[in-house]
Design a protein around this ligand. Structure first.
Ligand code: 4AD
Ligand code: MG
Length: 430
């Protein structure tokens, strides 16, 4: 009977066949240990000379890394393996022999691995990261569906910028100019006025010349938008959502977190509520810590975010940023019109901003004023004004960067390993 490695627990003391690749191998005179992977997991197959035919034993001894196989054997419990099971191999059939697989178990340089990303994805660490990413996506849909949100898909080809006029990828749209989406937000606001509570999940593009461990050119964002919800209401949804995601990964990715050697004690107490500090308090704190380079009105850099995050063992909201350094649509605080009703959520352990969000301007005249200040003209923006004309309501939303969240929860150094095929400043291949 054919099965997968993830399903071997259903076949203890039964003979099954698994389609797999040879991940690694050890052998001595009368025994061979085959590390097998099939995408659903990793299992050890033990081939004992005295228990198999000669052909199977000879083949097992000379199998090369990444050769594809059908392996048949008996499944037994094995408490030493992370999976809890191993296979006593009875028969091995070669599908294709892989000759000179370039990624060997020895250390390789980052550029070499990135050039071979299409193969590097097969390694146990990369496999674990992709499984964590998948669990975050699954838990995202679960959370927003439970909370009554409707999934809405904003366009990727757009006529205007959502976050600012720079950092856009330009393309032709027949005779017109078009841009790849930086954020679906403006469309999600329209959707919230139609469906109440909505969320999107899709690729976004930023032509940023940043080469840091936190920046991708193409990344995926989850963007909820909620009618009749103010800034504080939105923070509550954000902390509930992030807690749900972290707890889901802890529960459903135990093997993967073990492979990644993640210190899970740092994730266990990620539960709502999260601490909140204002931008003013953050500036004061940074001055106390000796960061003389930063003044009121400056945006935070990575070292500032890391210093702030170090004081907490949970993600921290920094709220009420100066209006002038934030996007045109953010609502000014009625108690202090120099700051916005907004927040960035900073992950612990130096992973930086994972969410940016705000309450949106709902007043038509104020939005018109902002359009003038930001020089937003042309038909691409006119429809967005109409949302403030016909039954405008208080509303808020936010965007969570998937890859930064994967990096944080997986505990990996660089964002390039959090997406199957990263688009970086100097890399469009593979
Ligand atoms: O803070 P940002 O720019 O916010 C927006 O785009 C809003 N329109 C979202 C909204 O309110 N609907 O981006 C949101 C998040 C950041 O917090 C960060 O996690 C991620 O997107 N992000 C990036 N991730 C990887 N590479 C980049 N270059 C990123 N830029 C932003
Ligand atoms: Mg931001």
């Amino acid at each position: 009977m054919k099965t997968t490695i993830a399903n071997v627990h259903k076949h203890v003391n039964e003979t099954v066949t698994i389609g797999a690749w040879l991940h690694n191998k050890r052998s001595s005179g009368k025994i061979a240990f085959l590390q097998l992977r099939d995408g659903t997991g990793f299992i050890q197959g033990v081939v004992v000379k005295a228990q198999v035919d000669e052909e199977t034993f000879d083949l097992s001894k000379k199998l090369t890394q990444e050769s594809s196989l059908y392996v048949t054997g008996n499944i037994v419990e094995d408490t030493r393996s992370p999976l809890g099971y191993e296979m006593q191999v009875e028969k091995v059939e070669l599908i294709q022999e892989a000759v000179d697989y370039p990624i060997t178990p020895k250390e390789h340089g980052t550029e070499f691995l990135m050039d071979h990303r299409h193969l590097w994805l097969r390694s146990s660490k990369q496999h674990a990261i992709m499984k964590v990413r998948n669990e975050i996506i699954r838990a995202t849909y679960e959370f927003f569906n439970q909370e009554g949100f409707v999934k809405v898909d904003p366009p990727i080809l757009t006529g205007a910028s959502a976050e600012g006029t720079t950092e856009l990828f330009h393309t032709k749209y027949f005779d017109e100019d078009a841009y790849l989406s930086q954020s679906g937000q403006l469309y999600m606001e329209a959707a919230a006025m139609a469906l109440g509570r909505v969320f999107s999940f899709g690729p976004t593009f930023r032509a940023e010349k940043s080469k840091t461990r936190r920046h991708l050119i193409e990344f995926w964002m989850i963007e909820p938008e909620m009618a009749f919800m103010d800034h504080d209401d939105s923070l509550e949804v954000q902390e509930q959502y992030v807690s749900h995601v972290v707890q889901s990964v802890l529960k459903n990715c135990k093997i993967e977190l073990n492979t990644l050697e993640r210190d899970t004690s740092k994730l266990e107490n990620i539960k709502a509520p999260f601490p909140r500090i204002t931008y003013d308090e953050a500036i004061e704190f940074l001055h106390e810590k000796g960061f003389d380079d930063i003044q009121w009105g400056d945006d935070f850099g990575a070292p500032h975010e890391t210093a702030i995050a170090e004081s907490y063992d949970k993600p921290v909201f920094i709220t009420h940023f100066p209006l002038e350094i934030k996007a045109f649509y953010m609502k000014p605080d009625p108690n202090n019109p120099n700051v916005a009703l907004c927040a960035d959520l900073i992950a612990p352990e130096g992973y930086g901003e994972i969410i940016g969000g705000s309450e949106r301007i709902d007043d038509l005249d104020l939005m018109k004023q902002r359009y003038e200040e930001h020089d937003l003209t042309g038909p691409a923006y006119q429809w967005y004004l109409q949302l403030r004309e016909y039954g405008s309501v208080p509303h808020s939303g936010f965007g969570l960067g998937l890859e930064r969240t994967v990096a944080w929860i997986s505990g990996i150094e660089h964002i390039r390993e959090t997406i199957p095929f990263p688009r970086l400043l100097n890399r469009l291949y593979p």
